[in-house]
Design a protein around this ligand. Sequence first.
Ligand code: COI
Length: 362
Amino acid sequence: MQDFPVTRTQHPKPRVADDKLRFGDVFTDHMFVMDYTPEHGWHDGRIVPYAPFTMDPACCVLHYAQAVFDGLKAFRDERGQIRLFRPDQHAARLNRSCEALCIPPLDQAVVEASFAALVGVDAGWVPARRGTSIYVRPTVIATDVFLGVHPSAGYRYYVILCPVSAYYKEGLAPVRILATDEHVRAVPGGLGSAKTAANYAASLYAAKDAAARGYAQVLWLDGKRGEFLEEVGSMNVMLRLGDTVVTPPLGGTILDGITRRSAIQLLRDWGVTVEERPVSIHEVMQAHADGTLTEMWGTGTAVVISPIGELGFRDARMVINGGATGELTRRLYEAIAAIQYGATNDAHGWMRPVRALEAVDA
Ligand code: COI
């Protein structure tokens, strides 16, 4: 594995107890940083103390959001070994996002090595309690100072780490979701499949609107006809219709979720038919009326699997599985968690070990 120079912090922060962790508000002692210039390409990968960046107010990323990110997790298994979940897939997706935002690609091996090296340096921060993990957030931002609308020449890649617990305070408890045809997350030919800041900014108003109506998140419908399911909140969505699992196809407007891929693989391993095909809100309503819509859930790195207990659309209120977590939903959650926490055989080789590099707070 590639080695990077490490400057250790002189001021290690106190760790937050595993049972006090939330999502995304605590950061470890170090970060990985690497810069791009047209003359030197991506260069100078290094691990340094976690600290703010100094930015010019005219830095183009602050104005035009030429930025991409990804999110993956590292887990401490039952033997204390730290392992990353599918870092190769996340590094590859980061590069696909870069391409969509005119950002020069990174060497995938360097990106994977940056995850492992940083988690190794901050190994003492990886929590042990079931349900907790380290959320790894690689990000690329445009760094040039200008106000014209064009791609930047310079970029910064950085990685930060958060010890986290469940994303939703509900945990594996089902959430209420509002399908909307009033707001749109992405359109064909747009940025929907990229993990870019703009998609998340575009989701905020609709989420606030849904929250005001008592819903945890929005079920996004397609931007052309306002009819076909796309994503739920910032997750992919799956439905159990009878004995079949149906999920919207990748087609440029939805994110190619790593948890989505993993769930599809496990379901197929179990002999469950999975259809990646367009599914309309009308089909969902009909299936609910017929009693064939028995489970619905979101998949994402942060939540893993998030059961949906109620779906609203216009005046309709559809309670799914009596508002309780379904059998397949729970089985999927438990199967993925068992792989992540090393409680079962990792048949697909998804987990990649991290070598602890003498944790600074050990
Ligand atoms: C995920 O990891 O599922 C997400 O996309 C949520 C993240 C933006 C916090």
